[in-house]
Design a protein around this ligand. Structure first.
Ligand code: EPZ
Length: 418
């Protein structure tokens, strides 16, 4: 396994960082390729572990793929209905093949995705929605076995919670269903809209995406198309944090700025200065950083995927700050690791109280999940001395070329064999 070494105290980061394609848009879009009769060409696909895993899964399901640079082609030639545990256990997003397989084959056998570090991650809302469309499921031997007699039928579905994955699975299932499907209390995340735009490019009839009520008019078939994946707002937000923490100035290129309103608002509250420029967003500090209070919410509220990164910013801000995590039940694994660097953070249930301004000193720390890893890299940039981050395979799931991008703007960061 690799580890990442960050030599802190290297001074302000200055320069340009280009954002890669969004992992959480590319993953559902890749699963949606199972729906297409014909060839799909995708641009701006980030080279990440989860993307390679998804392409392996598509190959196993009978959808031939190629991956050259940041371009993917796929052609669903002879689909088979089984997604094996060995693959699904490494990437929970594999459950997003359920909707497409049921829509195309009227059957699916997908290993039940286990939990992960941040929570149990159930998929009950996905299954309940598809049952409303005529699918039947049984959970046996660690697999979700689904089937439907004939074509899925359009239905009126109201989610108990605006689940991102559940909305995406149902969008894909409904695209080829008979009749109209209405999804109420649907997730509004930009990545859900990117999937809907991709499905429409293949001939689906989806409207209302980006709002809580999405309508899908089922069609007989979807054809291949060309599509460019949206840029990654969470990667962009992470580099904004790097700029303000190191008192530097970064131009974040290809930044999905309008999809980051809640993050920009909180960074400004803490003392950041952000301005849209042609092709990107210029970010720097505007005076001393001060703490603030954050509660994670479904979009357009503050995104849970930026919670760990803002906690690192609060560690170097003056005064107290608080973070309430309302999406996942166990998404504070980074707190103990940040404490090893000298951070003063107290946990009270799902709320973390951060006392900022304590000097951070480098130490060996361990990544536990994707965004926790990012928060440790950020803290390492400003900690005095060397920070060694182990288990960075978590980081490689969601950040393309992170050490090259950060080194390119002055960070002292490199990878070593563990
Ligand atoms: C997506 O996960 C993202 N992953 C997550 O990003 C992100 O944190 C999350 O949405 C919230 O924005 C991908 O897009 C691949 P949910 P997902 O269904 O779809 C509960 C990252 O770091 N729930 O909106 O799994 C669930 O337990 C990752 O890039 C049910 O109870 O999120 C959780 O508490 C981490 N039953 C909450 O809803 C269900 O059937 C949010 O889950 C589904 C979800």
């Amino acid at each position: 396994m690799d580890k990442l070494i960050v030599q802190g105290g290297g001074g302000p980061l200055k320069g340009n960082i280009r954002v890669s394609g969004a992992k959480n848009a590319a993953l559902p879009i890749l699963m949606a390729c199972l729906l297409a009769e014909g060839k799909v060409e995708l641009e701006n696909v980030p080279r990440l572990r989860d993307i390679h895993t998804s392409l392996k899964l598509l190959d196993i399901l009978g959808c031939e793929t190629t991956f050259d640079g940041n371009s993917v082609t796929s052609e669903a030639t002879n689909l088979v209905p089984e997604a094996p545990y060995e693959l699904v256990k490494t990437m929970r997003a594999s459950v997003l093949c359920l909707g497409p397989l049921l829509a195309r084959l009227c059957e699916a056998r997908v290993a039940l995705p286990g939990g992960c570090a941040i929570g149990a991650r159930p998929v009950d809302l996905h299954l309940k929605g598809m049952e409303r469309m005529g699918a039947e499921f049984e959970l046996t031997e660690g697999y979700i076995k689904g089937y439907c007699k004939g074509r899925l039928k359009g239905a009126h579905i109201t989610f108990d919670f605006p689940t991102v994955g559940g909305t995406e699975n149902l969008l894909m299932a409904a695209s080829l269903a008979e009749g109209e499907t209405i999804l109420e209390n649907a997730a509004r995340e930009p990545e859900v809209s990117d999937l809907a735009n991709f499905l429409n490019a293949m001939g689906a009839k989806i409207s209302g995406h980006g709002t809580s009520v999405i309508r899908v008019e089922g069609v007989e078939k979807l054809t291949g198309c060309s599509y460019k994946v949206m840029p990654d707002r969470i990667e962009a937000g992470t580099y904004m944090c790097a700029a303000v923490m190191t008192d530097g100035e970064l131009l974040i290129e290809d930044c999905p700025y309008h999809e980051l309103d809640a993050v920009a608002y909180k960074l400004r509250e803490m003392g950041a200065w952000l301005e849209e420029r042609d092709g990107g967003v210029l970010v720097r500090r505007d005076g001393p950083l001060v703490g603030t209070d954050i509660t994670t919410q479904p979009y357009p509220g503050f995104p849970t995927d930026m919670q760990a990164q803002l906690m690192s910013v609060m560690c170097v801000a003056e005064g107290a700050g608080s973070i309430e995590e309302k999406i996942f039940e166990n998404r504070f694994m980074h707190v103990q690791e940040l404490a090893r660097l000298g951070a003063d953070i107290r946990l009270n249930g799902r709320t973390a109280m951060i006392r900022g301004g304590k000097p951070l000193r480098g130490a060996p720390v361990m990544a536990s999940d994707l965004r926790a890893s990012a928060s440790l890299v950020l803290a390492g940039l400003v900690a005095e001395g060397k920070t060694e981050i182990s288990r960075i395979y978590h980081l490689d799931r969601g950040y393309e070329n992170i050490e090259a991008k950060l080194s390119g703007v002055g960070a002292n960061i490199w990878r070593e064999k563990e």
